[in-house]
Design a protein around this ligand. Structure first.
Ligand code: ATP
Ligand code: MG
Length: 412
C-alpha cells in the first residue's frame, strides 16, 4: 500500500498537514491560489534539506526525514493562506495501529504534562472503515486514558487527541498550530511600501502581505544626519516581514540628504514634512512603475501626528499617480503595537535612532496644508521634482532581504 505522499507505506510516518484557509476554497481562482500557496510554502522551506511538499485532496503535506521540529511548524504558521498546521503520524487503516500512534503521541515529551483532562476526537470520512467515529473515539480513549491516567472531558479537554480516517490515509495528532490566515502572497499583485524605522509602516506592509500582496519596500535615509542604526533597523524590520508569506521582500534604500537639504533651504519651515513626503511619494511611484507595482502603501493613521491630517495626506496623495493604501488609517496606536508584537517588529522599532525626519522636522509643522500654498512652495524649490524622484530611485541601494538563510522566490 502507498501512503499519502505516494511512498511505500511505513507505519508512523511523520508529516505536517497544512490546512488551507476557507476563503479561497471556492471559485474559479482556486487553482491559481493553490499554486501560489504551494510555491510560497516551498520558498519558505527552501533551505531545509530533504524536505518535500505535496498537495493531496485540498491540503498540503510537508515531510522531513529527521522528524518534525518546531522550526518547520513555526515557518509554516507564517505562510499566509494557511489556517492551521498539525504535525501528524500517518498510520495504516487499522484500529490497533491508530491506538499505537495515539499512545506514542501522548507519551512523547511534555504532551500530557500539566494537563487535567483529555478527549479523543475521531473523524471517519472513509465509511468502509468498520468502526464509526464515536466508537473509534471510545476505543482509542480507553487506551490513552489508561496510559496517562487522566479523566475524559469531551466538552473542554486540556489535551485533544485527533484521529482522521480518510479515504486515502489515516492520521493521528495532538497539536493544531494556528496559521497566519489571509491569502497567499502574490495573488493580489505587487505594491510599494514606504518603510521607515518606526512602529507603523512594517505593520502596514504586513497587513497588505496578509491580503496576498507582494511588497517592495522603499526607505529614505539622510546620512550623515541619520545614523547607521536607522538603516540597520529598517533592514532588520524587513527581515522580520520576510519571514511571513513568501520568504522574502525587497528593500531599496534611497539617500534623501540632498533633497531634504534643498527643501529645508528654500521652503518655509512649517511645510517641510509635507514637502518631504511629496518627494517620497513621487519616488514611490517611480519605483512602482519600475517593478510593476499597482499601489503605494503607507503606515499612516488618521490624526496620529501633525502630518497625518486628512488635508496633509491629501497634499501628499495629489502627487501620486497610483492609489495610496493606508491599512492602519483607523487603527489606534495600541492596536498597531499589538500587531507589531505579533509581527515581532515592535522591539526593533522602539530602539532609539536618529530619524531622517526628526532632524529636519519643524517645531510647528502645518496641520492643514493648503493646495496652492504647497504647490507655490514647491515651485520655489527650483528643481524638477519628478527628475529628483527618478534619481532617488535610480541611485537607491538594492538590498535583498531573506526571511531565512535561503534564496526565496522573490520576483526580480
Ligand atoms: P512609522 O511608525 O511607520 O514611521 P509614524 O507614526 O512615525 O509612522 P510618520 O513618521 O509621519 O509616522 O510617517 C508616516 C508614513 O510615511 C510612515 O508610516 C511611512 O509609510 C512613511 N515614511 C515616513 N518616513 C519614512 C522614511 N524615512 N522612509 C520611508 N517611508 C517613510
Ligand atoms: Mg516615522
Amino acid at each position: 500500500m502507498k501512503n499519502i505522499t505516494g511512498e511505500k507505506a511505513q507505519e508512523g510516518t511523520p508529516l505536517i498537514v497544512c490546512r488551507l484557509g476557507e476563503l479561497f476554497l471556492k471559485g474559479q481562482n482556486r487553482p491559481f491560489f493553490v499554486d501560489k500557496l504551494g510555491s510560497n510554502i516551498k520558498a519558505c522551506l527552501k533551505d531545509v534539506e530533504g524536505v518535500s511538499v505535496f498537495y493531496v485532496h485540498g491540503r498540503f503535506f510537508v515531510r522531513h526525514p529527521t522528524g518534525l521540529g518546531d522550526e518547520l511548524l513555526d515557518r509554516l504558521s507564517k505562510v499566509f493562506g494557511l489556517s492551521s498546521v498539525s504535525p501528524v503520524i500517518e498510520v495504516k487503516k487499522d484500529i490497533e495501529a491508530i491506538k499505537r500512534a495515539a499512545l506514542a503521541l501522548v507519551e512523547q515529551g511534555e504532551v500530557a504534562v500539566g494537563k487535567k483532562t483529555f478527549a479523543v476526537r475521531a473523524h471517519r470520512s472513509d465509511k468502509s472503515f468498520p468502526y464509526p467515529s464515536p466508537e473509534i473515539g471510545r476505543m482509542v480513549g480507553d487506551e490513552v486514558g489508561r496510559a496517562i491516567g487522566l479523566p475524559v472531558d469531551l466538552k473542554n479537554p486540556d489535551l485533544k487527541v485527533e484521529v482522521e480516517v480518510g479515504p486515502k490515509a489515516t492520521f493521528v495528532f495532538v497539536k493544531r498550530v494556528k496559521g497566519a490566515g489571509g491569502l497567499p502572497v502574490g495573488v493580489s499583485g505587487r505594491m510599494v511600501l514606504l518603510l521607515s524605522a518606526g512602529i507603523d509602516s512594517p505593520v502596514a506592509g504586513w497587513l497588505m502581505m496578509k491580503r496576498g500582496v507582494y511588497v517592495d519596500a522603499l526607505t529614505f535615509h539622510s546620512p550623515p544626519y541619520t545614523d547607521e542604526a536607522a538603516l540597520d533597523k529598517v533592514v532588520r524590520l524587513a527581515e522580520k516581514m520576510a519571514k511571513w508569506g513568501v520568504g522574502g521582500v525587497t528593500l531599496r534604500a534611497a539617500r534623501f540628504t540632498d533633497v531634504q537639504k534643498l527643501i529645508h533651504r528654500s521652503a518655509p519651515d512649517e511645510l517641510g514634512v509635507v514637502l518631504y513626503r511629496r518627494m517620497m511619494m513621487r519616488a514611490a511611484c517611480v519605483l512602482a512603475r519600475k517593478v510593476g507595482a499597482q499601489a503605494i502603501v503607507t503606515g499612516e493613521s488618521l490624526g496620529q501626528v501633525a502630518s497625518q491630517t486628512i488635508e496633509n495626506m491629501t497634499r501628499v496623495e495629489e502627487v501620486s499617480s497610483l492609489p495610496v493604501l493606508r491599512p492602519l488609517i483607523g487603527f489606534d496606536k495600541a492596536e498597531i503595537i499589538k500587531n507589531a508584537q505579533r509581527l515581532d517588529t515592535y522591539r526593533i522599532s522602539i530602539e532609539p535612532h536618529i530619524d531622517s525626519c526628526t532632524l529636519f522636522t519643524p517645531k510647528h509643522p502645518v496641520t492643514r496644508a493648503g493646495k496652492s500654498r504647497i504647490e507655490k512652495a514647491e515651485r520655489a524649490i527650483e528643481t524638477d521634482c519628478d527628475e529628483e524622484a527618478r534619481k532617488l530611485v535610480e541611485e537607491a541601494e538594492f538590498i535583498r532581504i531573506r526571511g531565512y538563510s535561503s534564496d526565496s522566490n522573490i520576483p526580480r
